[in-house]
Each structure stands twice: as structure tokens, then as C-alpha cells.
Design a protein around this ligand. Structure first.
Ligand SMILES: NC(=O)c1ccc[n+]([C@@H]2O[C@H](COP(=O)([O-])OP(=O)(O)OC[C@H]3O[C@@H](n4cnc5c(N)ncnc54)[C@H](O)[C@@H]3O)[C@@H](O)[C@H]2O)c1
Length: 322
């Protein structure tokens, strides 16, 4: 049993609650912070019931620096898992300033407060969106080209560089994790409620009796549809735990994916099969601007430096949703 206490921002979110779940199971105390912009209090209530403990939960906007400071000075924290963010690529084009405030400026302020209150570990939720739309069929490496094509990706890349400055301060530890496409759930109470990820989009369409849509069937991939790296949220949580418990310094930036690609058509077929709707019509629409043919993680660094490899297959991730 450790006596560590971790602050989890975005602590009522999809990934934040999965990290909290695993940290509590590992004997850590967690304090959750979320504005409930997209997070769900019902997830926190589920965790309280599951672990039979009163998990502190602050409904606070990460941009309310006084409120965040009050939390950090109220007790001593071992580390911060910083998942709070706005993450809708399309919306980021419409509201670039808000994305900058929440994803970049608030991260800078959180890092300053971490430094001020002696919080030594920081795990930042970054994204494969920092790679942009690579014109290659090779997996992305952490030290490869970076070229975000949305304000979402740019704000995360800018925040990463500030996290790196924090990590370079002697005594500090952690990493920026570049998550690829996150799927699956540890339980139905913690399901992803976002509007932009492929699996929830397909499920949403099916629930409304509508046909799922494939954008682009003429990509240079095996079946002509885009290929992405789908990593289970339980693996994402396990990567956080491995990093939190690491006894040696970690690379400042680590891809978290499976290293395997799956096509949009494969995903849709898996969802149709899981819902016994395999005869549903699938609409084939033209390509969308900015969608690369192939975006998958090179996962060697996570394996070598953190001993982390994803465990869940895509079939298991999709099955977990039902
Ligand atoms: N889910 C994915 O596929 C994926 C992929 C790559 C990166 N990420 C990153 O992982 C992190 C978590 O994503 P998620 O999928 O759990 O999304 P999520 O929306 O479920 O979680 C983010 C949480 O942050 C909270 N939040 C938003 N703005 C806030 C603010 N101003 N103050 C306080 N809280 C605020 C939301 O209410 C939400 O609960 C994000 O940083 C996201 O960019 C997610």
C-alpha cells in the first residue's frame, strides 16, 4: 500500500476516470478535478461505489487558477495526471482561442503551480494529432516530423514543450503521452461519451437507425479506407500506472498505441457484428480534407523505456462496450 496522492484533472472524463480506477486499485489516493464540461459526475459516483470510498471531487474549471491553487495548497500531491482538455478537432477550428486557453495556457499555469507546491511528477495527455496528416505509411516515431493541422493539435504540441521544460527541472519526473485512438471501457458506467471518436459515432448512428459513413474508400491501404491505431482505455490507464510507478527517468514524450493499424471499414464491421447488425448498409462518402491514409504509433519507446505494451485486442475493446 502506497501513500501517494495524485491529482487527476479531467477526473470525471473518459480517460481520467479509467486512470483513477486503476490508481485506486493500486492503493493510491486520488483527488479529481473537472469542470463537467464533458465529464460526467455519474462516473465519479460509480468509482466511489466500486471502491467503497469517498473520492474527493472538485467541480472546477482548470482556468480558475485560484481554485486550482487552493486544491494544490490544501494537501501534498505526489503527482498530477493532466487529462483535462478540449479535444474536438472540428470545434477547435471554430474556437481556437478557447482551445488555446484550456489546452495550452491552463497547462502552463498548472505546471507553475506544480512547481510552486513541490509536485514532482506530471503525466500529460497529449495526442497523435501533433503528427498532423503524415504523407507516409510508416508508424509515427516520437522524434519524427510534427505538423499539427488543427488548433487542437497545435495547442497540445505547444503544451508538450512546456511540460518538457517542467520535466527537465532536476527532481521532476513524468512524460507527455501521445495517445492514438482510444477505445473500449472498463465498465459501462465509464463509457466514452465524446462525439468525435469513430466507435461512439458508429454506435450513435446505429442507435438512431442511421447508416454509418466511411469517408474515403480510395486510400492506398488494404481495403481503401483510413487506417488508425486503436488503443484500449484500460491500456492507457496501465501506461499511466507504469509511469507513476517508474523507478527510472522516462523519455519526455512517449507514444501510447498498439503499433497495429485497423481500417475504418474493419472497425465498422466489428461494431456491426457486435450489435448483430452486419446487414446494415454502410454509406461510402468522399474523403475528408486532412485525413491521412495511415496514422499509427511506433510503440518501441514505450516498450523499451517503460516496459509498456498494450494488452487488449480490438475485438476485446469493442466487446467491452456491450
Ligand atoms: N479519447 C481519445 O481518443 C484521445 C486521444 C488522444 C488524446 N486524448 C487526450 O486525452 C485527454 C482526455 O481525453 P478523454 O477522451 O478522456 O476526453 P473527455 O472529454 O472525456 O475528458 C476530458 C475532461 O476534461 C474536462 N474539461 C474540459 N475542459 C475543462 C476545463 N476548462 N476545466 C476543467 N476540466 C475540463 C471535461 O469535462 C472532461 O471530463 C484529453 O487531454 C485529450 O486531448 C484523448
Amino acid at each position: 500500500m502506497t501513500h501517494e496522492t495524485w491529482l487527476i484533472t479531467g477526473g470525471a472524463g473518459y480517460i481520467g476516470t479509467h486512470v483513477a480506477d486503476l490508481f485506486i486499485a493500486d492503493g493510491k489516493n486520488v483527488v479529481l478535478l473537472d469542470s463537467l464540461y464533458q465529464g460526467l459526475e455519474s462516473r465519479v459516483i460509480h468509482l466511489r461505489k466500486k471502491h467503497n470510498q469517498e473520492i474527493p471531487f472538485h467541480i472546477v474549471d482548470i482556468r480558475d487558477y485560484t481554485a486550482v491553487e487552493n486544491i494544490l495548497k490544501s494537501q501534498s500531491f505526489t503527482g498530477i495526471v493532466h487529462t483535462a482538455a478540449l479535444k474536438a478537432v472540428g470545434e477547435s477550428v471554430e474556437k481556437p482561442n478557447e482551445y488555446k486557453e484550456v489546452n495550452y495556457t491552463a497547462t502552463v499555469e498548472l505546471l507553475k503551480l506544480a512547481q510552486k507546491y513541490g509536485v514532482k511528477k506530471f503525466l500529460f495527455s497529449s495526442t497523435a494529432a501533433v503528427y498532423g496528416s503524415p504523407d507516409t505509411m510508416e508508424p509515427c516515431r516520437e522524434n519524427g516530423p510534427l505538423s499539427p493541422i488543427s488548433p487542437y493539435g497545435s495547442t497540445k504540441l505547444d503544451a508538450e514543450s512546456k511540460v518538457t521544460e517542467f520535466l527537465n527541472t532536476p527532481g521532476n519526473a513524468g512524460s507527455s503521452f501521445r495517445f492514438f485512438n482510444v477505445v473500449g471501457t472498463a465498465s459501462l458506467e465509464l463509457l466514452d461519451n465524446s462525439v468525435e471518436n469513430l466507435v461512439p459515432i458508429v454506435l450513435g448512428k446505429l442507435n438512431k437507425g442511421e447508416a454509418p459513413v466511411i469517408f474515403g474508400i480510395d486510400y492506398p491501404t488494404t481495403d481503401g479506407t483510413c487506417v488508425r491505431d486503436y488503443v484500449d482505455v484500460r491500456d492507457i490507464a496501465a501506461a499511466h500506472l507504469a509511469a507513476a510507478n517508474a523507478t527510472k527517468p522516462l523519455p519526455g514524450i512517449i507514444n501510447i498505441g498498439t503499433g497495429r493499424g485497423a481500417s475504418v471499414r474493419e472497425i465498422i464491421n466489428l461494431v456491426l457484428k457486435a450489435t448483430s447488425k452486419s446487414d446494415t448498409e454502410v454509406i461510402e462518402a468522399p474523403r475528408r480534407a486532412g485525413d491521412p491514409a495511415f496514422l499509427c504509433a511506433d510503440v518501441d519507446l514505450a516498450a523499451k523505456e517503460m516496459g509498456f505494451r498494450s494488452k487488449y485486442s480490438l475485438e476485446e475493446s469493442i466487446r467491452s462496450l456491450f
